[in-house]
Design a protein around this ligand. Structure first.
Ligand SMILES: [Zn+2]
Length: 161
């Protein structure tokens, strides 16, 4: 029941989503077991994974931009982000994008590589997410308390010398 509900919700999201349109034509129906793909391949293909762009859509992250400054979607991490260099595929031209997805998803080796990329992104989440405002404030106060401490140190050292 709950599983059906989630699948329906996912299908609705998938139908109305503006990301992953190239894949929509290859994989129009969401299912938990499509064509022996791994979970990671599905997350990558649908864009419904640890990507700033997706997390931002569901207010799980304050921005859809990667820390490098570009839009944080699957294509970005698979072809151009410098943090995922070792997982890169050749970047497709705009007119070949659908063909690119099709060949990537029908090739077992490429699917294994995208699965590794997804694992990497899930593990290094903080690396790809821009710090949100709260995080920024926290970092700032940590920095300020650090500078205060070092001021104190400088004074102590001057006093002692
Ligand atoms: Zn990036």
């Amino acid at each position: 029941m709950l599983r059906n509900f989630s699948l329906n919700k996912w299908q609705q999201d998938w139908d109305s989503d503006d990301t992953g349109r190239a894949i929509f034509n290859i994989l129009p129906e969401v299912t938990l077991t499509p064509a022996s793909w791994s979970r990671e391949s599905i997350l990558f293909a649908t864009g419904h994974g640890p990507f700033p762009r997706y997390l931002y859509r569901f207010r799980l992250h304050p921005s859809d931009i990667c820390t490098c400054g570009a839009k944080g979607d699957p294509l970005h991490y698979a072809t151009s982000c410098h943090m995922t260099l070792s997982y890169h595929f050749t970047k497709p031209s705009a007119e070949n994008i659908q063909l690119w997805w099709k060949s990537l998803l029908s090739n077992k080796l490429s699917r294994i590589n995208t699965a590794k990329l997804i694992c990497f992104l899930s593990e290094k989440e903080n690396l790809i997410k821009q710090p949100g405002r709260n995080q920024f404030i926290r970092l700032r106060s940590r920095f300020l308390s650090f500078t205060k401490t070092s001021d104190l140190w400088t004074k102590t050292l001057q006093f002692n010398s």
